[in-house]
Design a protein around this ligand. Sequence first.
Ligand code: GLN
Length: 472
Amino acid sequence: MVWPAIADIVAKVRAGELTASELVERALAAIAEKSDYQAVIAITSERARARAAAIDAAIKNGETVGPLAGVPFIAKDNFLAFGAETTAASNILKGFNAPYQATAINRLEEAGAICVAKANLDAFGHGGSTENSDFMITKNPHDITRVPGGSSGGSAAAVALDMVPFALGTDTGGSSRQPASFSGVVGFKPTYGLISRSGVVAMASSTDTIGTLTRTVDDLAVVVDVMAGKDPLDGTTIDRDVISYTDLPADVTGKKIGVIKEFMAEGVEPGVRAQIEKAVETLKAAGADVVEVSIPSIPLALAVYYIVVPAEISSNLSRYDGQRYAYSTPDAENLEESYTKTRASGFGAEAKRRIMVGTYVLSSGYYDAYYRKAQTVRTKLINEFAEAFQQVDFLVGPTAPTTAFKIGQNTDDPLHMYLADIMTVAQSLVGIPAIVVPAGMSDGLPVGLQIMAPARQDRQLLGIAKATEKLL
Ligand code: GLN
């Protein structure tokens, strides 16, 4: 059964026509019924039921309840949350119970939302398919022989499978946008700093953002509205650009939209290209002023990303040393052996690969050749996007060169797997917001249109996305 719009659910809860407890039971039943897809690592049913009962009691007492009262959601398992372990899908965090919750989760709970489960991911967010999870591979909701995308693949699949009305993901280089495209849902990466990352397992601190996955842009706006804004626990957070993200300016007429030339070059699957071209034509017909825009350094973005991000990963993952978190090797004779054995057995192959690459590009003699050069090109990318936004209000393009690929298809060749990120990493390096809306199907698999806006124009971006969603 398809969930009604979040605003309708909350209206019914407030009016006493639906209870939070009923909604939680419905979500838990859907999760159990669709367990074959392996979208979920852990269920937080006990805490969810208790929270639902408290909300139902508050409503009975005539108390006012928040804008997400009773709405069940699933959080990617790299969010610190009560009610289950937080593992980031890595063996090295097995057994870790969060001592505090992520700010995003706290804000959602204050608004009345209820976390019912933790979603699968590529361990620590390293990947684009969920195949790098140490625990399980999530299946694509449209074809179980294919991946749902990643790293927030469990979150995207959970929404596409109607387990919950919304799910939290993260997006460091595409991890909410690409699974949205592969699974056929809406996925949002905000401006860097708009949503607090306090209490989210760090991947690459200069590009990490909180992603949101929903069925519709309206649902997304309600959730983002609750989470956005400054947080004293995350020094990178920025003030909200607007009072409200829900009253959206949803019109494409007269809007100047640039199609990124480099994203429509060779290598884009014909079926993907066809859907994106169709979407662009639809925008034109609705009155948008569409032009082609070039961002010449885009072909370099992937190389920059796979230097800068592993560098930050190698630093962020150094804290998992067998002393501070749950997992520690049982057979160490001394402290140094405890470090090395814990890390050797606790990290998966992809985390190790990124630690090695990151350490290499930061090491003396290579820093200038790789890391510094990559940061220089990153600045060039920032400038080129700024120039593009002098010419147009929004940029559009595909989200990935292909639709969802087969499970196992790219696992033997990490470089090939990285190439699939070509259309999402530049925006992360630059820090701008981007959203993916479903734009039809190619051979029975979803295609997502990616729309980008200048930094801090998240509300305008949600507005154009809402208009586009309606037209498509
Ligand atoms: N697929 C990209 C990577 O492997 C993006 C991951 C992410 O955004 N967390 O790094």
